[in-house]
Design a protein around this ligand. Structure first.
Ligand SMILES: [Zn+2]
Length: 312
């Protein structure tokens, strides 16, 4: 799995030049809509995913048959991402572009506007949703329940791969079956490990309230400083509200997410005297050496952090 690295030159272009870059990219894409020589000769499958977590899940099915890359860099919030010129190129050159859907990639519209051959698949969108508080919009973080990954993401990924590359069907099916079993084992691990946390201490406090699907599956309550990542993060009203909640519920720990500025939670921790229980991976995989380099490892890591911080 590799991340698409934009060249430094492109990144440093002014807004104007970036806009010109987009026009050039668009023109190239439009040109590629006809049967070009390149399209005829090309026989290697190219797969792009929006976020690192989805790329890893996809890679488990794709195996050796193709390279999977992703757009949102490790450490960045997917909801607040702004595509760079190389992303337009990567997506328009791809055979399949896997996104989560349910509004996670609000920036998707501009990216897929001009593509013609890429199959865009919203891997989560058959799954059952929980609404964002105070709205009817779905919370997009379905992947934080491994049974949802097994039952919704995996079939969507498998279907797109076999339709795009029918020769690989048997191989993809076998990989998906093996991964499905690993996801069941992950679900069993989380169920078993979290049992040791006493009922009154099963509260997940994070910056973004993204653990709803995990909380629903494993019997936790979850609360965030804010409901979903957006330009309004950590306002005085949001901070005051969560401080009250933390005091009312006498929670044992609060948590920091890998993609979010830790200072919000650090100031809440010092104001309430509630310790920080650890770093969670919710919107991205961990860096090399973090112990959260794959989806399964990040979920095990999160679970171990909860158990350690919330158990007496
Ligand atoms: Zn998020």
């Amino acid at each position: 799995m590799r991340r698409i690295i934009p060249s430094v030159d492109i990144r440093r272009l002014s807004m104007l030049a970036a806009a010109v870059g987009f026009v050039i990219v668009s023109a190239a894409v439009l040109g590629a809509c006809g049967p070009t020589e390149e399209a005829v000769e090309e026989d290697t499958l190219e797969i792009v995913a929006s976020i690192s977590i989805l790329a890893d899940i996809t890679e488990q099915v794709v195996g050796e048959r193709a390279e999977v890359s992703y757009l949102v860099p490790i450490g960045e919030e997917p909801e607040e991402y702004e595509p760079v010129p190389s992303d337009f190129r990567a997506v328009s050159d791809a055979d399949i572009f896997f996104v989560n859907g349910y509004g996670l990639e609000a920036w998707l519209g501009q990216l897929v506007e001009n593509i013609c051959r890429t199959r865009v698949v919203a891997a989560a969108e058959d799954g059952p949703t929980i609404a964002l508080e105070g709205t009817e919009e779905p919370d997009p973080h379905l992947w934080l329940n491994p049974e949802h990954v097994r039952d919704y993401y995996l079939p969507a990924i498998l279907a797109a791969l076999t339709e795009t590359d029918p020769d690989g069907e048997g191989y993809y099916r076998e990989n998906a079956e093996q991964y499905s079993q690993k996801l069941t084992q992950l679900h069993e691990y989380i169920s078993k490990e979290t049992q040791s946390i006493p009922a009154g201490r099963r509260v997940i406090i994070t910056s973004e309230n993204c653990f709803k699907y995990y909380a629903e599956a494993y019997d936790f309550t979850c609360l965030g400083i804010w409901e979903i990542n957006a330009p309004e993060e950590g306002t005085p009203q949001q901070i005051a509200r969560i401080v009250d909640e933390i005091r009312d519920r006498e929670v044992p720990a609060v948590f920091i997410e890998s993609t979010i500025d830790p200072r919000y939670m650090e100031s809440i921790s010092s104001e309430t005297g509630v310790p920080i229980g650890g770093i969670l991976y919710s919107d991205d995989l961990g860096e090399e050496g973090s112990g959260a380099e794959t989806y399964i490892d990040m979920m095990r890591h999160n679970t171990d952090v909860f158990v350690k911080a919330l158990t007496d």
